[in-house]
Ligand binder design. Structure first.
Ligand SMILES: [Zn+2]
Length: 350
């Protein structure tokens, strides 16, 4: 396997405020973990991200909004919301994060590499058309998906988002098209930011049925996620037959994350990765690209990313042993959610 690890130094120079959970340390520790793992001598190579072309960004984001990020950065900093701020490097980092994704998918389309992980900051999945939101400025995975359906001329791109927070920006970008299928597994929006991602949100027009949300009860763990894969993601992938798979990897679905309340272990995250890679192998010629979104326990982000790279590189991995019990309440809540979701999207998939 030839796996690209797409990176850029600007990703660790963007910082929102001292002590902010979305910190440069997340990537600094992750790069250290990867270097020490020996993966960089075993088929994983570091590729320097390039800035995205503005014309591609303007297809998904308001021009004046993007210019406002540039202006704030050039002034040395500024705020969008209380927790989403800009410093002198934010604009450059955001352009390289989005461009890194485009570079990653292009290299895979051209057959130069087999798959990729874009290890970027700032993250992207909460970024809206004209609004920075939830630590995100430009929607990196959406820019890559849009690139695949426009420049790459693909008809079917599957985006799976397992970050604990709903990927509102990604969902909204492709809400009315069937060329990008968004599937989100996240903590129930009644209990966590951004407060969206319910089973009734299924897309509109040609996109009806092509937005799929599986909100999880706080504490949801392996059994719930196993059900989401076997009952929803795998059967839908079999019908949809994606030509490319993109993943929003948010390691804040781990039980130790300080901002969220889900119950997954690193072994459970590894289980999801291996099943997603299997979907890509079965339908998409193995074409899959990961994007780092959230994850605020530094050790979990570091090990989680390393395990994901091992899975992408086709290497074996041994996640640390963790004991995490999922309650019967959680499991029955997930079953009920899945039944309700199936009724909503049945005309498209079941
Ligand atoms: Zn998150």
């Amino acid at each position: 396997m030839r796996t690209d690890l797409v990176y850029h130094d600007s990703f660790v120079r963007h910082e929102m405020s001292p002590g902010h959970p979305e910190s440069p340390e997340r990537l600094i520790h992750t790069m250290k973990e990867i270097r020490e793992s020996g993966l960089l001598t075993e088929g994983v190579q570091v590729i320097q991200a390039e800035p995205a072309g503005l014309e591609e960004i303007y297809e998904l984001h308001d021009r004046a909004y993007i210019k406002s990020i540039q202006e704030k950065s050039e002034r040395g900093g500024g705020y969008y919301t209380l927790d989403t701020a800009v410093n002198g490097f934010t604009y450059t980092a955001a352009l390289h994060a989005a461009g890194g994704g485009v570079l990653a998918v292009n290299r895979i389309l051209e057959g130069v590499s087999d798959n990729a992980f874009v290890l970027c900051r700032p993250p992207g999945h909460h970024a809206e058309y004209d609004r920075a939101f939830g630590f995100c400025f430009i929607n990196n995975i959406a820019v890559a998906a849009n690139h695949l359906i426009t420049r790459g001329e693909l008809e079917r791109v599957l985006v799976v988002d397992y970050d604990a927070h709903h990927g509102n920006g990604t969902q909204n970008t492709f809400y009315d098209t069937d060329r990008v299928l968004y599937i989100g597994l996240h903590q129930d929006g009644r209990t966590l930011f951004p407060g969206s991602g319910f089973v009734q949100e299924i897309g509109k027009g040609a996109g009806r049925g092509y937005t799929v949300n599986v909100p999880m009860y706080p504490g949801a763990g392996r059994r719930s996620y196993d059900l989401a894969f076997s009952e929803i993601i795998e059967p839908i992938a079999e019908e949809y037959k994606p030509e490319f798979v993109l993943v929003s990897a948010g390691y804040d679905c781990h039980h130790r994350d300080p901002l969220t309340m889900l119950g997954l272990t690193l072994d459970d995250i590894d289980m999801m990765n291996r099943r997603l890679i299997k979907i890509a192998k079965r339908y998409s010629k193995g074409r899959i690209t990961y994007f780092l979104e959230g994850g605020y326990d530094i050790e979990v982000v570091s090990i989680g990313t390393r395990l994901t790279l091992e899975a992408l590189a086709g290497a074996s991995s041994s996640p640390p042993e963790e004991f995490q019990h999922e309650s019967d309440t959680c499991i029955s809540h997930t079953k009920a959610t899945i039944d309700e979701l199936k009724k909503e999207i049945a005309p498209s998939w079941f």
